[in-house]
Design a protein around this ligand. Structure first.
Ligand SMILES: *[C@@H]1O[C@H](CO)[C@@H](O)[C@H](O)[C@H]1NC(C)=O
Ligand SMILES: *[C@@H]1O[C@H](CO)[C@@H](O)[C@H](O)[C@H]1NC(C)=O
Ligand SMILES: *[C@@H]1O[C@H](CO)[C@@H](O)[C@H](O)[C@H]1NC(C)=O
Ligand SMILES: *[C@@H]1O[C@H](CO)[C@@H](O)[C@H](O)[C@H]1NC(C)=O
Ligand SMILES: *[C@@H]1O[C@H](CO)[C@@H](O)[C@H](O)[C@H]1NC(C)=O
Ligand SMILES: *[C@@H]1O[C@H](CO)[C@@H](O)[C@H](O)[C@H]1NC(C)=O
Length: 305
């Protein structure tokens, strides 16, 4: 009596169950670790475009499936095709029928270190609707924009972190366009490297100004290496004091100038009391002017009378 119900329930749940295993519609980032050769990634587009991230650890066949539910015109068929890094993949154009109010497009891509990139499916109606799949090796967690500043003689520690532990971690020091591998085993007085699964730390000890520069950490995955860069600036203790020293020097020069002026003017004024001319002249002038004025006034008055 119940068996038809159970059977139909199974029929409904079974595809949902398998869909749940192979697709990650709810998970924004697909992480692929298990030893399968074909992996699936699907996405449902309602609007104009969507960006999905697919992280790949080793070479795989990747099946990308696109579903577009957002076409207002509901045409019985439209054109669908694929692009990689912006250019159309040849012979990928085909007619896509409207099924259950949606359009479906899927294709398998062989992903190796060389074919990682930006894959997109395009539904071409009057407008284009597209889903971008950003297929890449796991990226480093944090981007460092600011350099680390350390003093000569000190040590500095920098760290790199990924979501998935790589096969190996390597540290490099950038030298122009070259990168020199840092080997803490052969150079234990200068470098210390520690690795803890997701994280690696590099310590540079007994810093000199030559240790300034860009350090690169590299997480080696089977598919590709992911890198991150840290800039280190090694400065002397004098360096932060430089503006202060400049101000102090300026103040000292100013004080010296003032002292010199004072000395010069006091020498001058110490001469002046003995020299009557300086003090006497204004009074002399005043009296003379006064006399002149008086003289003039008297003369004009005299003339008027
Ligand atoms: C696509 O749809 C048009 C009508 O809009 C129809 O004439 C045409 O035959 C269809 N083509 C295919 C390949 O289904
Ligand atoms: C993928 O490429 C398209 C150009 O074709 C670009 O507009 C888009 O920003 C790219 N997406 C990513 C995540 O790189
Ligand atoms: C950088 O490379 C040049 C030549 O490749 C080398 O002479 C120089 O010592 C290197 N600098 C450092 C800091 O290792
Ligand atoms: C560092 O040097 C040692 C000894 O030469 C070597 O065994 C080791 O593989 C080197 N490490 C790296 C990361 O190259
Ligand atoms: C790596 O990092 C993720 C998330 O940050 C964490 O869930 C996981 O346990 C870490 N694995 C190891 C080996 O540290
Ligand atoms: C490097 O610094 C440590 C202390 O951090 C010191 O013990 C050691 O002697 C220094 N080595 C050199 C070569 O200067």
């Amino acid at each position: 009596m119940f068996s038809p119900w159970i059977l139909s329930l199974q029929l409904i749940l079974f595809p949902l169950f398998w869909r749940g295993i192979y697709t990650t519609e709810t998970n924004p980032e697909l992480v692929l670790t298990d030893p399968v050769t074909t992996v699936f990634k699907s996405a449902v587009l309602k609007g104009d475009s969507l960006v999905e991230k697919v992280e790949i650890l080793k070479p795989v066949d990747l099946e990308l499936a696109c579903t577009w539910t957002g076409n207002p015109n509901k045409l019985p068929n439209i054109t669908g095709y694929w692009r990689k890094d912006g250019s159309e993949i040849t012979n990928s154009r085909l007619t896509v029928q409207l099924e259950n109010e949606q359009y479906n497009l899927k294709r398998v891509f062989r992903i190796t270190g060389d074919t990682l990139g930006n894959y997109s499916c395009i539904f071409s109606d009057t407008d284009e609707a597209k889903i971008y799949f950003n297929v890449a090796a796991p990226e480093m967690d944090d981007k460092k924009d600011k350099p680390i500043v350390a003093y000569v003689g000190d040590s500095v520690t920098m760290a790199c972190k990924t979501k998935l532990p790589p096969n190996a971690w390597l540290w490099y020091k950038a030298n122009g366009t070259e990168q020199e591998l840092i080997n803490a085993t052969t150079d234990p007085l200068r470098y210390k490297i520690s690795v803890d699964g997701n994280t690696t730390k590099l310590t540079v000890m007994n810093l000199t100004e030559e240790d300034s520069g860009v350090y690169v950490c590299s997480a080696i995955y089977n598919i590709k290496a992911s890198v991150s860069r840290v800039e280190v600036r090694v400065i002397t203790f004098m360096e932060p004091l430089k503006p202060f020293i400049a101000i102090v020097a300026e103040v000292i020069i100013l004080v010296l100038l003032i002292l010199l002026y004072e000395r010069w003017s006091s020498q001058k004024s110490s001469h002046s009391p003995t020299d009557n001319g300086v003090h006497a002249e204004p009074t002399h002038k005043l009296t003379r002017e006064g006399n002149n004025g008086m003289d003039e006034n008297t003369t004009t008055r005299q003339r008027k009378i």
